[in-house]
Design a protein around this ligand. Structure first.
Ligand code: PLP
Length: 172
């Protein structure tokens, strides 16, 4: 059963990288959509069926302005809107009952005022999940665990880049 294989592979990868769970996706972009969708719906079947109509659900993802990029379309596919901030104070003010997630773009770490570890700290303090897109940032190989250890709730990697897996694969 491919479903069972998929779950078993995810479980094994989670053991290897030290995360609570893992899933092989159809690329990092796919992981962005699936991870955000999971944050929005949890295991609620009705919500799973409802998205991208987010009526009555959380619908905002906060992101630093310098962390916007073309692939964030994969996040917006779930129906959320991106709320841009620049400073820590702006981010903390932007958090409200509609905030679903805080998104971080790993390669833009040095472009924004808020760096990775501080971003995690803000998320934990606010009780909002953080997602770091590390698609191409595997070398050294220990990096597959680095941002999980740092405390990000979700991270993704592209299989078609330094993981040297098939092009149309990725990890959430
Ligand atoms: C390449 C890349 C993606 C998309 O990766 P795919 O595996 O091709 O879907 C997403 N985010 C970032 C930061 C990337 O560099």
């Amino acid at each position: 059963e491919v479903d069972e294989l998929h779950d078993a592979v995810g479980k094994r990868i989670a053991e290897l990288v030290g995360s609570q769970a893992a899933m092989v996706t159809a690329g990092a972009a796919s992981a962005l959509t699936l991870g955000t969708a999971g944050v929005l719906t949890g295991t609620d079947r009705q919500k799973v069926n409802q998205i991208p109509d987010l009526t009555g659900m959380k619908n905002e993802v906060i992101v630093q302005k310098s962390h916007r990029f073309p692939y964030d379309h994969a996040i917006r596919n779930t129906g959320v809107k991106m709320v841009e901030v620049t400073t820590r104070a702006e981010l903390e003010r932007a958090v409200n009952e509609k905030t679903a997630m805080l998104f971080f773009l790993n390669y833009a770490n040095n472009h924004g005022e808020i760096k990775d570890a501080e971003f995690v700290e803000i998320g934990k303090k606010a009780g909002i999940l953080t997602f770091n897109d590390c698609a191409a940032d595997v070398h050294p190989v220990e990096n597959v665990s680095k941002w999980i250890k740092m405390g990000f709730d979700l991270v993704c990697f592209s299989g078609g880049k330094a993981l040297m897996a098939p092009q149309s694969s990725g990890l959430l």
